[in-house]
Design a protein around this ligand. Structure first.
Ligand SMILES: Cc1ncc(COP(=O)(O)O)c(C=O)c1O
Length: 350
């Protein structure tokens, strides 16, 4: 088999999964209806289930995680308000400045290890009410931290941040794109992680392997307010049962198996730690591995990425020297071996 015929091993992101046949079968005969009028029983069932998981009153189905974040920000802030979050937050680096455009909000970012900060960081950045200062209004946490390499916030640290914010009169929102990865890795439930948070959401398109969807949860009042922005931002849909049936399927069948993704990420981490190409490999707490190429090789992450791509192995260059690899439903042991063999071949080629 020539290199170009080797099966694709896609570690670029856990968003690259294709729905499984069983997941697709779960759609057949599903009860659906107009979700924007609350008339889709399958979507309603999914929303209730996610609200329960977070220990919150209510929830709504949305097409994407970015829309969950943007709607939550729109509900929690007024134009001119300030949001406190890590510099590495998805809302800062990957949502096209939506918080400024859609909500007129600004950010005060925390530089912290692996995207995880503490309550004292929030107290330090909090601005006391003044006619000069922007109004500090919202704190955003990200469980797990994507750019932090899938780092898991310890429950006490998350609670310290959220409680500090609440004591200061701020709202707290959790980007829980990969919160279930944290939960499976630690055995701590989502409701504990969501303690003292006013809103939180879960992605179905990442480790859970669905093609579309995220669910945003909060109080009844929060969700009622969020519906205004769901309609405004074009996130109100119609017969979403064909999508939410797959999300329910994933909750039943694809949660426990996240542990397999974590084990594969740990294997990649362990091998790369012994590879001279890298001078730093971050702990793979969940399904993300970050590794930095030793600058002494004079090689960029983009060059390594391009070399691997020719062998049908895909990774992301997230910095000049840093690569990111994510394990998921569509990469098994064989794909892990292709990745590791590709990295070996690269080392030999330089
Ligand atoms: C931490 C985090 N938040 C938000 C998002 C956005 O989710 P979506 O791609 O569904 O908009 C992502 C996507 O990768 C993410 O990793």
């Amino acid at each position: 088999m020539s290199v170009s015929q080797t099966p694709v091993a896609d570690f670029y992101s856990d968003t690259q999964t294709l729905p499984t046949n069983d997941m697709l079968k779960s759609v057949i005969g599903v009860k659906t209806g107009d979700e924007r009028h609350g008339a889709c029983p399958t979507t309603n069932a999914l929303c209730e289930r996610v609200a329960d998981l977070f220990g919150m009153e209510s929830a709504m189905f949305l097409p994407s995680g970015s829309m969950c974040n943007q709607i939550a920000i729109a509900v929690h802030t007024q134009p001119g308000d300030e949001i406190i979050c890590s510099r590495e937050s998805h809302i800062v680096f990957a949502e096209a400045g939506g918080l400024a455009k859609l909500s007129g909000a600004m950010v005060s970012v925390i530089d912290c290890e692996r995207g995880l900060f503490v309550g004292a960081d929030v107290s330090q950045l909090y601005r006391r009410p003044s006619s000069f200062a922007p109004r500090t209004r919202l704190v955003v946490t990200e469980q797990t931290s994507n750019l932090g390499g899938g780092a898991v916030w310890p429950a006490e640290q998350l609670e310290d941040v959220a409680k500090t914010a609440q004591d200061l009169g701020l709202s707290v929102h959790m980007d829980g794109a990969r919160a279930l990865n944290a939960s499976v890795a630690t055995g701590i439930d989502l409701a504990t992680y969501a303690n003292y948070h006013d809103s939180a959401w879960l992605a179905f398109t990442k480790g859970l392997g669905c093609p579309v969807g995220a669910v945003l949860a909060g109080s009844r009042e929060f969700i009622q307010h969020a519906w205004h922005f769901k309609r405004m931002f074009g996130g109100a849909m119609r017969q979403t049962g064909v999508l939410t049936a797959m999300c329910l399927y994933a909750l039943d069948h694809h949660v426990d198996r996240l542990a397999e993704d974590h084990a594969r990420a740990k294997r990649i981490e362990a091998v790369l730690r012994g590879c001279e190409l890298f001078y730093q490999v971050y702990p793979a707490d969940t399904n993300i591995v970050l590794a930095e190429i030793n600058p002494q090789f004079g090689i960029t992450a983009s060059e390594l990425k391009a070399f691997l791509a020719v062998r049908n192995v895909h990774v992301m260059a997230v910095g000049i020297q840093k690569i990111r690899m994510i394990t998921h439903l569509d990469v098994g042991d064989l794909e892990v071996e292709s990745l590791l063999a590709g990295i070996d071949a690269f080392l030999e080629s330089i």
